[in-house]
Design a protein around this ligand. Structure first.
Ligand SMILES: [Zn+2]
Ligand SMILES: [Zn+2]
Length: 141
């Protein structure tokens, strides 16, 4: 990630490095706003524009996946750019990766049959997560 920023002509400031570190291995699929708030704790001078610009540069470089809105109009970001499928809760907007061998097999078969070198997948299942279902049930009783 850091190399891509340098290649894009961005200086490697401690703030940009911190953004990359916060993204590496991040499974939360955070929004830009969530990252900004998380990083601002240790980097009080960090600006929202720096976060957005850095994220856009990483997306353009193909090192970060921008996921469509989970319901509130905000893009979510995923450092895992391999083809994979998402589970999206329309209530709390949490996004999880779906680990499923059949789906991995499907991506392989699609690549084989089409001759495509797959870059990513836009497949997502939308629903209500178990935690929200529980919370809903409690509210109704
Ligand atoms: Zn939920
Ligand atoms: Zn993901």
């Amino acid at each position: 990630m850091l190399g891509a920023l340098r290649a894009a002509g961005l200086r490697l400031t401690p703030q940009r490095s911190a953004i990359c570190q916060a993204l590496a291995g991040n499974k939360q699929h955070p929004t830009a706003q969530a990252l900004f708030e998380q990083l601002r704790v240790d980097h009080p001078t960090l600006s929202r524009a720096t976060v957005y610009n850095t994220l856009n540069t990483l997306v353009d470089a193909g090192l970060l996946l921008e996921l469509a809105s989970a319901g509130n109009g905000n893009a979510h970001f995923d450092p895992d750019v391999s083809p994979h499928v998402h589970l999206v809760c329309v209530q709390c907007e949490q996004i999880e990766d779906v680990e499923d061998r059949a789906l991995a097999g499907l991506a392989r078969r699609v690549a084989q049959h089409s001759g495509y070198e797959l870059r990513n997948a836009g497949l997502a299942y939308y629903g209500v997560c178990p935690r929200c279902q529980k919370a809903n049930g409690r509210g109704q009783r």
